[in-house]
Every structure is written in C-alpha cells, then in structure tokens.
Design a protein around this ligand. Structure first.
Ligand code: C5P
Length: 209
C-alpha cells in the first residue's frame, strides 16, 4: 500500500476582494483518480482548490485557494507520501499588487501587471528524492513534444497528456508518456475508466517497481 498525494482542481488569485483569476478545472479527473487510488488499496491525501465535485469520503482533503497555498500544503504533505499525482490546474499568474478595496470602474482600460506563481509539481519534483511524481499536461499544439519537455523540466516519472476536450467533460482521451519518450498507453473512455487504467500503470511502473 502506498500513500499518494494528489493536487486537484484550480486555484484562485485575487485581484481585489471580489475578483480573481483562475484556470478552467472541474476537479473531476482528480476525483476519479482519488477513487481509483482508494479502490487499488492505497491511501490518498488531496490538496484541492475550490471545486464542486465530492471527493471520496476515505480521502483526506486539504482545501486551498491560491497557488502558493497549494504549494505550501502539498510540500507539507509530500513529506509523508510515497508519490505525487499532480492533476491540479493551478493559476500560473497572480497580480503583482492585490487591491484591498473593490476596484471601481472608471471607463478607462485597466492594466494589470501579472507575475508567475510557483510551479507546484516542478517544486516537489525537484525535491522528490526516491519518491515518484506523475504530472498532467493539457496541450493544444505540438502535444507530445510539449508534454515531454514538461516531464523533464518538472522531474516527472510519467506525464499524462490530454487536450482541451478534457475540460468539464465526463470523458477523457490521454496518452501516458514515459521518461524515455515512449507512449506507455493511449487511453480513451470515461474519466473513471481512464483513471483506473492510469492507476494500474502507476501501480506496475512506480509502486510495485
Ligand atoms: O500548466 P502546465 O501545463 O505546465 O501543467 C503541467 C503540470 O504541472 C500539471 O501536472 C499541473 O498540475 C502542474 N502545475 C503545477 N503548478 C503550476 C502549473 C502547473 O503544479 N503552477
């Protein structure tokens, strides 16, 4: 049995007390992976941004809002885990300054200066030691190439490549890519089916290896 950390859902970066930037992510794939992980007999800890899905009761869920909060919580939990599945879609940018009062309309364009947030998977990947890391990449062009670049940059052991069709859908179509650039599997079906197959591959290649 392994203890697995899952990052799931989007994060929010506030501009003022009522407005925020976010990423389109329902948390559904994270939820299906949590179910598959538990069904395979493993323990799961989820660090999740705001989502509507109901994670399995057996999962320990830590709720966060911002990417920095996701990183802090994930880093803390990763210490006790055997591996990470990074299925979250953290918001990659945050406003340099957050206004403490609601920004009032002036009729003029509003310019926002955005800076990058930390990359959760890359940070944990760099610190992983003997633990394993599985990343997800959503790509719209040069899909396999871009996903493999991310696999290497983020020190992942496997990268799951999906397209924008995955967003807010009950179905998914993915490729599981390995460090040597090979396609371990091409999977298609409901997110539940795809999650179960991903967990089988993670079990064979990373947990029982
Ligand atoms: O956003 P990107 O396509 O680079 O995401 C690829 C992987 O990196 C995913 O596993 C995602 O969860 C993770 N990621 C992250 N923190 C970010 C951006 C992405 O953990 N700020």
């Amino acid at each position: 049995m392994a203890r697995i950390l899952l990052t799931s859902g989007p994060t929010r970066q506030y501009i003022d007390p009522v407005r925020y930037l976010t990423n389109a992510s329902s948390g559904r794939m994270g939820c299906c992976l949590a179910e598959a992980t538990i069904a395979a007999g493993h323990e799961v800890i989820i660090v999740s941004g705001p989502v509507q899905v109901s994670y399995p009761e057996k999962a320990k869920v830590i709720w966060v809002n911002t990417t920095d909060e996701m990183l802090d919580a994930a880093r803390q939990q990763f210490k006790q885990c055997d591996g990470l599945i990074g299925v979250a879609a953290p918001c990659d940018y945050r406003p340099e300054f957050v206004q403490d009062q609601k920004i009032a309309k002036t009729g003029e364009p509003l310019v926002l200066q955005l800076i990058e947030t930390p990359d959760v998977v890359a940070t944990l990947g760099a610190e992983k030691g003997s633990r394993w890391v599985v990343g997800f990449a959503l790509e719209t062009e040069d899909r396999r190439f871009r996903a493999l670049v991310k696999l290497e940059k983020k020190s992942c052991d496997l990268m799951v490549l999906n397209g924008p069709e995955a967003m807010n859908s009950e179905e998914n179509q993915v490729e599981v890519l390995a460090k040597d650039g090979s396609v371990v599997a091409s999977l298609e079906g409901s997110k539940t089916e795809v999650a179960n197959r991903i967990m089988q591959i993670v079990g064979q290649r990373l947990i029982d290896a």
